[in-house]
Design a protein around this ligand. Structure first.
Ligand code: BMA
Length: 319
């Protein structure tokens, strides 16, 4: 199905998909949209697993090389807890993980599917076995959130994507600040959705957490194109200022990754590539993404090539 002429920035792993529903040691409908991080000498995925009722929970998979031999927890690692956290009534989804060096813990920002719609919840962990829930940090409808691993002038910063009641104003990526990760304010748009025919018109959202590089915070974000045959999820690049992440320095004119292979085109939701995590080692980057809301796949890239490409393809207009 490859019908592209340009040199792809990302290389798909030849053994894709790397994890499927039948790899889960218990009954599952699908496994997709995993957060990713490194823990010791292993790569850890916190995977969204959807059960056969339709509700999602999170389960850990670990691998030494980040590619093969995934060891999956025998039972769900983090289940929704509607009795203590009513906002989790219809499941928890799409985690993004940031390692906070100064506190030696991981912060997980995830979507809770509440009676009022999807919203953003936050939890911390030191071992991916026990989790400390901090509760709701953004009211519905809000998704696609991740926090930066460092403070800016003493405050934490989070990217997220609220959906306005008036669809015609667009759904953009916002940034908010907090002194304690619990109370958030100073909300503002940092990456606006484009308009018209653009690949990232009307509705966009952050994909993995921002990646620190010497040229700025590199972000990969998805653009949702509404078509006559449903939504098409594609990915593009942006760069935020290292010291002041409210400043958008660059964004790509073209998308860099799009559904192409069968495992991305056909699934529970067709034509979706949806990464929630990436892991970098030096210049090498591994991107973990959900394929068509059904399974997990892997693609690799070089950070320096992504930054060079973005410099050439930077286009800061939205119209
Ligand atoms: C988005 C999210 C993702 C999902 C995608 C495609 O709104 O809910 O979890 O992968 O839709 O269905």
């Amino acid at each position: 199905m490859s019908d592209y002429r340009f040199n792809d920035l990302f290389t798909r792993y030849h053994g894709n998909p790397i994890i499927r529903a039948w790899d889960i040691p218990y009954n599952a409908n699908s496994v997709f949209n995993a957060g990713a991080t490194r823990v010791g000498d292993e790569t850890l995925l916190l995977m969204r697993v959807e059960d056969r009722r339709g509700m999602s929970h999170l389960t850990v998979a670990r691998s030494k090389d980040g590619v093969t031999n995934w060891k999956i927890d025998p039972e769900p690692t983090l289940l929704p807890s509607p009795h203590t956290h009513p906002e989790e009534v219809w499941g928890i989804e799409d985690p993004r993980i940031s390692f906070i060096k100064e506190e030696n813990l991981w912060v997980i920002v995830y979507v809770s599917y509440s009676r009022g719609g999807p919203l953003v919840s936050l939890a911390t962990t030191q071992d991916f076995k026990t989790f400390d829930r901090k509760g709701v940090v953004m009211p519905p409808e809000d998704k696609d959130a991740a926090i930066f691993p460092v403070r800016f002038n003493g405050r934490w910063a989070m990217l997220h994507r609220p959906v306005p009641a008036f669809a015609n104003v667009g759904a953009h990526i916002w940034i908010s600040f907090s002194p304690d990760m619990k109370h958030w304010g100073d909300h503002q748009i940092v990456v606006p959705a484009r308009r018209g025919a653009w690949w990232d018109a009307n509705k966009i959202g952050l994909s993995p957490p921002p990646l620190r590089t010497d040229r700025g915070w590199l972000i990969l974000y998805h653009g949702v194109r509404m078509t006559a045959s449903g939504c098409l999820y594609r990915l593009g690049l942006g760069l935020l200022d290292l010291e002041d992440p409210t400043k958008l320095l660059a964004r790509s004119d073209e998308w860099v990754f799009a559904p192409q292979e069968d495992y991305e085109v056909v699934g529970d939701v067709d034509k979706v590539v949806f990464p929630c995590g990436w892991v970098s080692e030096g210049d090498e980057l591994r991107l973990y993404y959900g394929g068509a809301d059904k399974r997990i796949a892997l693609a690799t890239a070089r950070v320096s090539e992504m930054l060079d490409w973005l410099e050439k393809h930077n286009r800061m207009d939205w119209e």
